[in-house]
Design a protein around this ligand. Structure first.
Ligand code: ZN
Length: 435
């Protein structure tokens, strides 16, 4: 009651000032909380791209776009669907002189449907000898040798081979267009004494699997053929080995925070209705297993028409530079960040060059393909990747994040990008990696 009296006793101009302030807000704190808590909830089960769980996250994002009355980018349900091929090996075995090796004594890297080799097969026999650099030899044979190989590995490397097996026995995901049966097969096996005969068998299953980005558009008024892309990846890594009772990698920071920002910006700019250029808002899938979503999106848009891409990745905690800052990967490859900084004059917010240049983040995130094609495509982040112990663990939960940091990042991007979406500013192009 008291509050009501106070409010109504405000002079009228002050009430109006309060109202104006509220409508000028880019996003309400409650909306940030609602979106990120939905995406990072346990019932999303970590949003793994090849799991059934990812569809629930996609539907939620699509519903946000629909309620905000954005146009779908490709399909009516806001999805941009494509297929990948999952490749996994079955029934693998190696016998030497008739005796079977243990499973951790060999690695078969093979995509042919049926592999059956013996001592008479036309394959190149190689060795990794005691004293060699195992990792380097392994990599060299896999990458630089075009033949089918069987590689006898000195028994001193047995623990290394077993460890590599764990890494390489995971299922492999490749773009569907790739001819999966191409490429040489590689077999690494612990060397036994007096090898007179051997038999290698493996079969490979190929299974096509649909993946989908979620994307929406606000058409530009006078420069509809010039695009500004706002993006974040909505997939995460799913279920991990339990820590205590928790096995769900919620991916609250990585990258529910960026996805929340992308959605908030979509709603904001729909309301503002000031864009002369066309705005595309996209939630990428399958970043965590090889950036398949951003690769597909980027290879299916005319890169020359993309004026800028703002990819948002992990903005849930203060950056190394403190509150009210974002760092921008590949900062000096274009002047996008500088232009955005100009629009933030009079605020406390600053954009900084990426403080981890040795990590080569510019070409490691979802902006990479468009950046390689010459687009000023940068990732905006606050992640302290060098010391964030929750990164890619079951502890990347909403309770570890600072909602204010997400909100201030959204506001800074919204304000910083105004000149670019109205067409008054055009960032310089990035040097192309290929012609
Ligand atoms: Zn991420």
């Amino acid at each position: 009651m008291k509050e009501n009296l106070l409010r109504w006793s405000f002079p009228l101009f002050l009430q109006l000032a309060v109202c104006t302030f509220v409508t000028a807000q880019v996003v309400e704190t409650t909306d940030v909380e609602r979106i990120i808590s939905t995406l990072a909830a346990d019932d999303m089960r970590g949003r793994a791209a090849l799991s059934p769980d990812i569809a629930r996250a996609a539907d939620f994002i699509a519903e946000e776009f629909r309620q905000a009355r954005l146009q779908p980018y490709v399909e009516d349900n806001y999805r941009q669907t494509f297929e990948v091929t999952k490749v996994f090996t079955e029934n693998e075995s190696i016998k030497i002189n008739g005796k079977a090796l243990n499973v951790d004594e060999f690695i078969i890297l093979n995509s042919n449907p049926n592999l059956s080799w013996n001592q008479d097969s036309e394959i190149e026999v190689m060795e990794i000898r005691a004293g060699d650099d195992f990792s380097e030899r392994f990599r060299d044979i896999v990458r630089n040798n075009a033949n089918h190989n069987i590689v006898w590995v000195d028994p001193s490397f047995a623990p290394m081979l077993a460890r590599f097996k764990k890494i390489f026995s995971r299922e492999n995901v490749i773009p569907k267009q790739a001819s999966a049966a191409d490429g040489p097969s590689k077999v690494f096996a612990i060397k036994k004494k007096n090898i007179k005969s051997f038999q290698v068998d493996a079969s490979t299953i190929h299974e096509d699997f649909p993946l989908f980005n979620v994307a929406a558009v606000i058409p530009g008024k006078s420069k509809a053929n010039e695009f500004v892309v706002f993006s974040a990846h909505y997939d995460h890594i799913g279920i991990l080995d339990p820590v205590g009772k928790d096995s769900i990698a919620n991916g609250a920071d990585d990258d529910a925070s960026g996805t929340t920002a992308m959605i908030a910006l979509a709603k904001h700019f729909k309301k503002e209705d000031i864009n002369e250029r066309t705005l595309i808002f996209v939630a990428f899938t399958a970043e965590e297993i090889g950036m398949f979503g951003s690769k597909y999106f980027s290879n299916n848009i005319d890169a020359d028409k993309v004026v800028a891409m703002i990819n948002i990745e992990m903005i849930g905690k203060d950056s190394k530079f403190g509150p009210n800052t974002l760092y921008v990967t590949g900062y000096h490859h274009s002047n996008l960040a500088e232009l955005m900084q100009e629009n933030l004059k009079g605020t406390a917010f600053t954009f900084h060059p990426d403080p981890y240049p040795q990590q080569n983040l510019f070409y490691r995130s979802d902006n990479a393909v468009l950046a390689a094609l010459g687009v000023p495509a940068h990732t905006f982040s606050t992640s302290q990747i060098d010391k964030d112990e929750y990164y890619h663990t079951v502890k990347d939960e909403l309770s570890t994040l600072d909602i204010r940091n997400i909100k201030s990042s959204i506001e800074a991007i919204a304000k910083g990008v105004v000149g670019i979406i109205t067409g008054e500013q055009t960032p310089s192009r990035v040097e192309k990696l290929t012609d």
